[in-house]
Design a binder for this molecule. Structure first.
Ligand SMILES: *Cc1c(COP(=O)(O)O)cnc(C)c1O
Length: 239
């Protein structure tokens, strides 16, 4: 078994254990492989191990990488989305995890209609109220969902959070729980099901699963440490 295949096996085992502890079916937790900074060859190898969903944090890098990856994969944007990149993001991605304003949601909707695309969207929530982080304040998510009522092409499927990195993963639990509780409140108040919770990364995925994550975004524990940004080589571009 290759090193990558072994790492994927280990991640899957951790997620399965965490799901079992939480009394959740293992299929209710989806693995999103975050391939940012890694070359298309790594994506190809991971896809050969059965992974289907890949995440990127930069639209520009994804625009170069996706055409060099297998065609049948599902692509997720997990990084911040600037309004001048919405057109490209809608063209490239099936899921956008980082919508953090009603204005951005309307732009995604408009562009999706224009392109005949149906992206699934997460609203990103700044659960810890960190000044340095993107994301909606928890109390602003409701009004953004009001804007989502008008969406016909983009579909808001859930909430996403990137909680503060803490030395002890257990200390992230409260942030994950807050995202789930916010989801439960809004579900009752707005009529949106918000079934999906995008939360948990390499260091805290188990805790996120125990608190209800349906998508965990794993980079390092699948692909290894990140190098500088990936740029296509002449070889990768076909000579
Ligand atoms: C890079 C990234 C990840 C993956 O992080 P790891 O710690 O390497 O697993 C997950 N989510 C987002 C938003 C990221 O930017």
């Amino acid at each position: 078994m290759s090193e990558l295949a072994e790492r994927i096996e280990r991640v899957r085992a951790r997620l399965a254990d965490a799901a079992a502890r939480a009394g959740r079916p293992v299929e209710s937790v989806r693995l999103l492989a975050v391939s940012k900074t890694h070359p298309p060859a790594a994506v190809r190898e991971a896809a050969a191990c059965g992974l289907t969903d890949f995440g990127e944090n930069k639209v520009q890098e994804a625009a170069l990488k996706i055409p060099l990856a297998p065609g049948r994969l599902t692509w997720h944007l997990v990084g911040h989305l600037q309004s001048n990149k919405v057109r490209a993001a809608v063209r490239l991605f099936d899921y956008i995890h980082s919508v953090d304003s009603a204005r951005l949601l309307r732009l995604v909707e408009e562009e999706s209609r224009a392109q005949g695309r149906r992206p699934k969207v997460f609203l990103e929530v700044n659960v810890a109220g960190e000044a340095s982080k993107f994301g909606l304040a928890p109390e602003a998510v409701g009004e953004t969902l009001a804007a989502a009522q008008e969406c016909r092409a983009a579909e808001v499927v859930g909430l996403m959070a990137i909680p503060p990195v803490v030395a002890e993963p257990e200390r992230a639990r409260g942030f994950f729980r807050r995202l789930r509780e916010l989801r439960d409140e809004l579900r009752g108040a707005t009529g949106f099901a918000l079934d999906e919770l995008s939360m948990g990364m390499s260091h805290d995925a188990e805790i996120a699963v125990e608190e209800g994550a349906t998508w965990v975004r794993i980079g390092t524990d699948i692909f290894g440490p990140r190098a500088a940004a990936w740029k296509p080589t002449a070889d990768e571009l076909g000579g």
